[in-house]
Design a protein around this ligand. Structure first.
Ligand code: SF4
Length: 475
């Protein structure tokens, strides 16, 4: 009997990508194999994201196409996983009756059994419907697994299932207890649940034993880690424990909330050289009035004070941020304060999002009163301001040699790309795929708005150490 084939597409954040790796891990343990293309798969799974309407629209559109395929391929199993499954639950089946399974983020732990159940039911249904199925709307197995089930964090991870040789994500907590008005995450992912330190260290050790040298810890409010656990271990404590793994060379974590950047974490960041030298600390707005209506729980002044404390202790850190433009009631003056804050902090990178109401959130009840064209203008202005800052930082790197963890082939033929300890993207001429996953020295020769171009320098065969002096972390 041939092994059943699955195809899994991830939408959205890094947490979703990691969840997809865990789901794949479970399916492979059951004997499933990855299909070379979606058209070859017996099971098509979409791990979805609800953070913006655009992400959901892509999934609805994909499901429409799968409905057409299922008319001629009734054995096909179609599954919707993740945040949209949690958010829409049975409505998803009402709108897309050909869907076979709907599994929320808290129920990935037994995804293998759920898929099997759907395959069985689906097979039975398909047999019952013949030969009339071409006349009727295609019906799926309709297995719904939300608000209950086995958490994905119970999955004993198969560390070999990962897209990169040297890099891996590790989930350290799920959910969020914060009340931000625009965000659907507390609804889709539930309350904060942290994993015990020992479990995380054990998983990280196994990943490093299998060749990983860079780990990125994931959590919606990653620096609030541990407050639900006995003894309340902190992110600082966890970073110190992971830092002890000899083979680990870089340790990053996303996404932080400004309110949890406390003195113990700042001290750890300053003291632990393996910790990547950037902090993603979304501010969202430079206006205290808007921050208050967003219920972010801090003021611009408080945010700036935390940043100053961090840079005083660890001056080689760079700050990354997220901004929302066009939030309900955001005036031109509010927006100008965001531009001013972006320049004042001198962020190295910012993601800028045009506000879009998410049904079920507090903000969705407010009038979405900034016209789309104005949201777009603010988006472009803020992006242009950030591009100017990023370019200036990139230019300052010209002439320096930086350590690059090689991630893959660049879009430009004959080049490889990787990232520095500041998460700065660097491209260099080489077609030696043996360099993938290695830490190599690259001399920066020119700067672009979003990346640097450089030349590979001499290094030892394993790429574990650079032969010449390496200036890592300098501005
Ligand atoms: S901190 Fe706010 S924006 Fe971030 S996940 Fe929690 S509710 Fe959403």
């Amino acid at each position: 009997m041939t092994a059943p084939k699955y195809h899994l597409t991830s939408y959205g954040c890094q947490m979703n990508k990691l969840d997809s790796e865990l789901v794949e891990s479970k399916l492979r343990q059951l004997g499933y194999v990855a299909a070379p293309a979606e058209a070859d798969a017996d099971v098509v799974l979409l791990n979805t994201c609800s953070v913006r309407q655009h992400a959901e629209d892509r999934v609805w559109s994909k499901l429409g196409k799968l409905r057409i395929r299922k008319r001629t391929d009734p054995g096909l199993v179609v599954g919707v996983l993740g945040c949209m499954a949690q958010e829409h639950k049975r409505y998803l089946l009402a709108r897309m009756p050909h869907v076979d399974l709907v599994v929320g983020p808290s129920a990935f732990g037994d995804i293998d059994r759920t898929v099997e159940q759907a395959r069985r039911k689906n097979g039975e249904l398909a047999a019952e419907r013949e030969p009339a199925r071409t006349k009727h709307e295609v019906q799926g197995a309709g297995v719904v697994q939300v608000d209950h089930g086995v958490s994905g964090d119970t999955i004993v991870r198969d560390v070999r299932v990962r897209p990169h040789r040297s890099q891996a994500f590790v989930s350290i907590m799920r959910g969020c207890n914060m009340p931000c008005t625009y965000c659907i995450v507390p609804t889709t992912r539930g309350e904060e649940i942290s994993r015990p330190v020992a479990d995380i260290v054990e998983e990280a050790q196994r990943l490093c034993d299998d060749g990983v040298t860079e780990i990125t810890l994931l959590g919606q409010t990653v620096n609030a880690y541990g407050r639900d656990l006995p003894g309340k271990p902190t992110l600082a404590l966890l970073l110190r424990a992971l830092h002890e793994i000899p083979a680990l060379r870089r340790l990053a974590f996303i996404t932080s909330h400004p309110n949890f950047l406390g003195p113990d974490l700042i001290t750890a960041l300053a003291e632990l050289p393996k910790v990547a030298r950037y902090l993603h600390l979304p501010v969202q707005s430079g206006s205290n009035r808007v921050l208050k209506t967003m219920r972010r729980g801090y003021t611009v002044e408080r945010y700036l004070a935390r940043v100053e404390q961090l840079l005083a202790a660890a001056p080689d850190f760079e700050l990354h941020s997220d901004f929302i433009v066009g939030y309900p009631g955001e005036t031109e003056a509010d927006f100008e304060e965001s531009v001013a804050l972006l320049r004042r902090v001198d962020f190295a990178q910012s993601y800028v999002f045009k506000y879009s109401p998410r049904p079920g959130t507090v903000a969705a009840e407010l009038p979405d009163d900034v016209p789309e064209a104005e949201k777009e203008r603010r988006n472009q202005v803020l992006l242009a301001a950030q591009e100017e800052l990023t370019l200036r930082r990139n230019v300052a790197h010209v002439g320096q040699t930086v350590e690059v963890l090689v991630e893959g082939a660049s879009k430009v033929a004959g080049r490889l790309s990787g990232r520095t300890v500041h998460h700065r993207l660097v491209h260099f001429a080489s077609d030696d795929l043996e360099l993938l996953g290695q830490h190599v020295p690259v001399r920066v020769t020119s700067a672009l708005a979003h990346s640097c171009i450089g030349e590979l320098q001499a290094h030892d065969a394993a790429g574990a150490r650079c032969a010449g002096p390496v200036e890592v972390g300098e501005q």
